[in-house]
Design a protein around this ligand. Structure first.
Ligand code: ADP
Length: 294
């Protein structure tokens, strides 16, 4: 199994499962209440740790009580936080209202903590790291981290997930080996569908492996130098319970399969099975992990 590093934001997720979405000013009793670690990089590492990889996180952790709880929850899930800077500020929180009636997931974020800088990244020992994943955030700092990663860990593969459309992120595409471009990003950029998203990304990063997950429609991928995308259908669980973090589970499955030297179509199919299994359970801690067909 491999050493994997992911860079992003560590969040305290507070999840309330409701029978239905409330009216404004209404009082309602939740069916379930959970406090879980969240954030794209954290979710990705949580799944990769369950798959047996040695996972390290670079994210800011606040010097508050919530930060201590979050650190303990990450360590309990096998995510090494030793390289995370402890900063003044408050732990990022996301409140999530999950409606059983419609399956909607309303998310409210609060962020008041600086993010790690290229200097924090430069302080990490990258010896033996096989894969480094970046959340698509702050383009300049991330580009500097990627350049450092190429210098200090020339054997490592780099990946980038584009979720929110932030100015300048497209400059990062050619700097990595794998780009996962989400439906949310594609939609925000006015790209009508997965094939348009792949063509857009390939124009900017002709030598990069590309993947576009698209919810229940499954996922599309494109190899460098290839003009015909491949598609894998979604693998729905018997009952869809929680699609939150499906994209992160998908990314973890893709990285796991690529680390095992699978070709893109097989890796996409595995990622799709893993993400589908995740949708059948609340959270990421106990959904069944499908075996990798070798
Ligand atoms: P995000 O979490 O970024 O919104 P998506 O909704 O695009 O991600 O889902 C990522 C992947 O998760 C999809 O490509 C698919 O494989 C799987 N997935 C998502 N929703 C479902 C669903 N309802 N049933 C089965 N698989 C799903």
């Amino acid at each position: 199994m491999a050493a994997v590093l992911a860079v992003g934001v560590a969040v305290a997720d507070r999840l309330l499962v409701l029978e239905r979405y409330p009216e404004e000013d209404e009082e309602l009793r939740a069916e379930e209440a959970l406090a879980l670690p969240g954030g794209n990089a954290v979710n990705l590492l949580t799944v990769l740790a369950r798959l047996g990889h040695r996972c390290r996180l670079l994210a800011a952790l606040a010097e508050d009580a919530e930060g201590e709880r979050l650190t303990a929850a990450l360590e309990a899930r096998g995510v090494d936080t030793a390289g995370c800077p402890r900063l003044a500020g408050s732990t990022p929180v996301s409140c999530i209202l999950l409606s059983r009636a419609t399956g909607s997931r309303t998310i409210i974020h609060h962020r008041a903590l600086p993010e790690p800088t290229a200097r924090h990244f430069a302080a990490l020992d990258l010896d033996g790291v096989a894969w480094i994943h970046f959340e698509g955030r702050r383009p300049e700092a991330t580009a500097a981290m990627m350049s450092r990663a190429r210098e200090r860990a020339p054997g490592a593969r780099l990946s980038l997930e584009l979720e929110k459309d932030r100015p300048g992120l497209e400059a990062l595409l050619p700097l990595v080996d794998l780009v996962i471009l989400s439906r949310a990003y594609a939609t925000a950029r006015g790209l009508a569908g997965p094939e348009e998203a792949l063509a857009w990304a390939q124009e900017r990063a002709p030598r990069t492996l590309l993947a576009v997950p698209w919810g229940e429609a499954g996922a599309w991928g494109l190899e460098p130098g290839c003009s015909r995308p491949c598609h894998v259908p979604a693998a729905p669980p018997p009952q869809v319970v929680d699609t939150r973090a499906a994209g992160d589970a998908f990314a973890a499955g893709l990285i796991h399969a690529l680390l095992a030297s699978q070709a893109l179509p097989e890796a996409l199919a595995y990622a799709s099975r893993l993400a589908g299994a995740k949708c059948g359970r609340l959270g990421l801690d106990d959904f069944p992990l499908p075996p990798l067909a070798l």
